[in-house]
Design a protein around this ligand. Structure first.
Ligand code: ADP
Ligand code: MG
Length: 466
């Protein structure tokens, strides 16, 4: 690469090249999960004689990189350019954040297309460890992930307390354990305590009722650099324990320990929680984890399949991912069922096998956002490259009929509309026509992979657009 490369007219392209080359040099010097989640999404912004400005997707990322990795990056960029260069970090705009964080490359790499898979190996499943490395980052959990990582790296620094909330099976406990694992690796003598809030309550009550030593109870909790209270909503309605918790919280906070809390709901929605505790929770950073999109669910399945050395074709994974939408534990459960069956009967895992094993599994209803019939019709028309009025019109030409049936099926599957209402949306058709269309597509999905793919892609597009 030439010396003056970034000063040339076509600056931006050249800067990108310098940056890409620099990244190649630092890969391997930075822990893989940091590299993929924080370094890879960085974008070069500008460069002058001695300063290279780089945009970070969030202030968490910026803080971590500025403190720990900026030297390595500066050295790499200086080597590439052949002159000393200082890296300066800025935070990119929110629009860019969504675009750039995306999925970690380690788990989202394009899977190889296969038509059949080899037999599942005999070994039993591996014992599960919750770490940042095996936490798949997607749009649904990226802020929680980055905040958790920040705590693990710089306990007591910022975002104290960190309050992570979200539905069950979305990775809260996983993140809490990952903080402990990572902080202990980074700082060998650090004291980190993970506790289920219900255990904390039980121990406290036992201390009181059995007249145990109160000081040793306190010590167990106070004497930590990071304390992780899982499922803190359990404090609801426990007056005496809340008093003790409040004291411990204040002592920890006062000694600059980091307090991380997980909950199935935000502080404002925990009933029977003392106001003074609620306001402590609200005084730090609150972050929610929402249900993962299809892409993230697939990445999770890919990662788990890889960890277990199982090969599963993409269409089969898509099928599993489409069955469970808002609980990763259930998603893993389905994969485990498939794997168990394959081991049990010595069968190959392919779409037909998965469909058979999961045939009684009811697809979860769509939880939050319901698309309108208009949105579905527009996307379907666009997908098949036809006009919306053809979709709702009278023509019986074969491609139109197919697109229409798919659109009706999706309206039935993804909205709460009645059969009669759906018929009405499609040019006043009778509800029996809607039933026929839905049955037809349902059976095609089961027998024809192209149709399964079409419907899956459309479902994904519709979900993304609402
Ligand atoms: P919660 O505490 O929110 O109920 P858990 O942390 O127990 O959920 O997660 C449920 C299961 O899903 C665990 O096996 C966990 O490893 C897995 N899981 C959740 N989120 C992810 C993720 N982003 N990447 C990989 N596995 C995940
Ligand atoms: Mg949990």
């Amino acid at each position: 690469m030439e010396q003056n490369v970034v000063l040339e007219e076509e600056g931006l392209v050249e800067i990108q090249e310098v940056w890409t080359e620099s990244l190649k040099r630092v890969d391997g010097q930075i822990p893989a999960h940091i590299f993929t989640s924080m370094i890879a999404p960085l974008k070069p912004v500008s460069c002058d004689d001695d300063t290279f400005t780089i945009g970070a997707p969030s202030s968490f990322a910026k803080d971590i990189i500025a403190t720990k990795y900026v030297e390595i990056l500066s050295t790499a960029a200086s080597e590439v350019l052949g002159r000393p260069l200082k890296i300066v970090l800025t935070v990119a705009t929110p629009g860019e954040i969504v675009e750039s964080i995306g999925m970690r490359t380690g788990v989202s790499e394009k899977p190889s297309v296969q038509t059949s898979s080899r037999l599942v190996p005999e070994e039993p499943g591996f014992p599960k460890k919750f770490t940042f490395d095996n936490f798949v980052v997607g749009d649904s959990n990226k802020f929680a992930y980055h905040a958790a990582l920040m705590v693990a790296e710089f306990p007591g620094d910022k975002y104290n307390p960190l309050f992570i909330y979200g539905g069950t099976g979305l990775g809260k406990t996983h993140l809490l354990y990952a903080i402990k694992d990572y902080a202990e690796k980074m700082t060998p003598n650090i004291k980190v305590k993970y506790v289920q809030t219900s255990t904390f309550i039980d121990e406290f009550i036992a201390t009181i009722t059995l007249k145990r030593d109160k000081a040793s109870f306190d010590q167990k909790y106070i004497n930590n650099k990071i304390i992780l209270f899982d499922d803190i909503q359990a404090l609801s309605g426990t007056d005496a324990t809340q008093g003790k918790f409040f004291d411990i919280f204040n002592l920890l906070y006062g000694s600059n320990s980091h307090i991380v809390l997980s909950s199935d709901r935000p502080p404002s929605e925990i009933p029977q929680l003392a106001d003074r505790i609620r306001s402590r929770f609200e005084g730090g950073l609150q972050i929610d984890i929402v249900p993962p999109d299809l892409e993230t669910r697939l990445a999770i399945l890919h990662m788990k399949a890889r960890a277990e050395h199982i090969e599963i074709p993409d269409d089969a994974l898509i099928y599993i991912a489409s069955k469970v939408k808002d609980n990763i534990r259930s998603l893993e459960g389905l994969l485990n069922r498939v794997v168990a069956s394959a081991r049990l009967y010595g069968t190959r895992i392919d779409l037909a096998m998965v469909q058979d094993v999961l045939k009684d599994q009811v697809t979860e209803p769509h939880q939050s956002r319901t698309p309108s019939a208009d949105v579905i019709q527009n996307l379907v028309a666009n997908y098949y490259d036809i006009a919306v009025y053809d979709l709702t019109g009278k023509s019986r030409s074969r491609p139109l009929v197919h697109a229409r049936q798919v659109a009706m099926y999706l309206c039935r599957d993804m909205t709460d509309a009645t059969l009669i209402a759906i018929g009405g949306q499609f040019g006043g058709r009778d509800h029996t026509t809607v039933i026929h269309s839905c049955r037809k597509i349902e059976s095609l999905i089961k027998t024809k992979r192209e149709i399964f793919q079409e419907v899956t892609e459309l479902t994904n597009m519709i979900n993304k657009s609402v």
